[in-house]
Design a protein around this ligand. Structure first.
Ligand code: PNS
Length: 158
C-alpha cells in the first residue's frame, strides 16, 4: 500500500495546495496532509485553524487524512509507517530549497522517498504569502483559495 505524507505550513491552504492533494490522492493509496512547523516562518493562522481549513477542503477525499505534528517530518512519517513524502514544485526557485530538504530527509532516513509533483500551470504564481498579502490589503482572494476557507481568511484581516 502506498502511504504518503504531503507536509506544509498551509498558512492558509490555497487552490495550489488542493490541486496537489487531489492529484496525489489519485495515484497514491493514502495521503496524510500534515501541518508541520516551518521554523523559518511565523504563522498567521494557528495550527487548529490550519487543520480545520484542511479538513474542510479535503472532506470529499476518502483516502486523505489531515493531521499536525510539532517535530521532524521524518519522525512523523516513520512513526506512521509512511514511506513517501510528496512535495509540490512551482518554479526553479522552489527547487533549490526543496532539493536540500529532500537530501536532509534522505540522510535522516533513507527508506523514505521524496517525490515531487509539478504545480498545475494555472497555480504556479500562487502561494500562501501572496494570498495573505492580497487579503490584508483588501483585495479579492476568491479565485486563489478553496471556497470553504474563503470566509475564515477574510475574517482574519477584518
Ligand atoms: O509549506 P512550507 O512552509 O514550505 O513547508 C515546510 C515544511 C513545514 C514541510 C518544513 O519546514 C518541515 O518539514 N518542517 C518540519 C521540521 C523538519 O522536519 N525539518 C527538517 C527538514 S529540512
Amino acid at each position: 500500500m502506498s502511504k504518503a505524507i504531503y507536509p506544509g505550513s498551509f498558512d492558509p491552504v490555497t487552490k495550489g495546495h488542493l490541486d496537489i492533494i487531489k492529484r496525489a490522492s489519485k495515484i497514491l493509496d493514502h495521503v496524510t496532509v500534515a501541518v508541520l512547523e516551518n521554523p523559518r516562518k511565523v504563522a498567521t493562522f494557528d495550527i487548529e485553524q490550519r487543520v480545520e481549513m484542511l479538513h474542510l477542503v479535503t472532506k470529499d477525499y476518502s483516502n486523505v487524512e489531515v493531521d499536525y505534528y510539532k517535530g521532524l517530518l521524518i519522525d512523523y512519517a516513520q512513526n506512521k509507517n509512511i514511506s513517501i513524502i510528496v512535495k509540490g514544485l512551482r518554479a526553479m526557485s522552489d527547487f533549490e530549497f526543496e532539493f536540500q530538504m529532500a537530501l536532509v530527509n534522505q540522510k535522516l532516513n533513507s527508506s523514505i522517498e521524496t517525490m515531487f509533483m509539478m504545480t498545475n500551470n494555472k497555480y504556479s504564481y500562487l502561494s500562501s504569502s501572496i494570498v495573505k498579502e492580497i487579503a490584508a490589503l483588501g483585495g479579492d482572494i476568491s479565485s486563489l483559495v478553496p471556497p470553504e476557507v474563503y470566509n475564515m481568511i477574510v475574517e482574519k484581516y477584518k
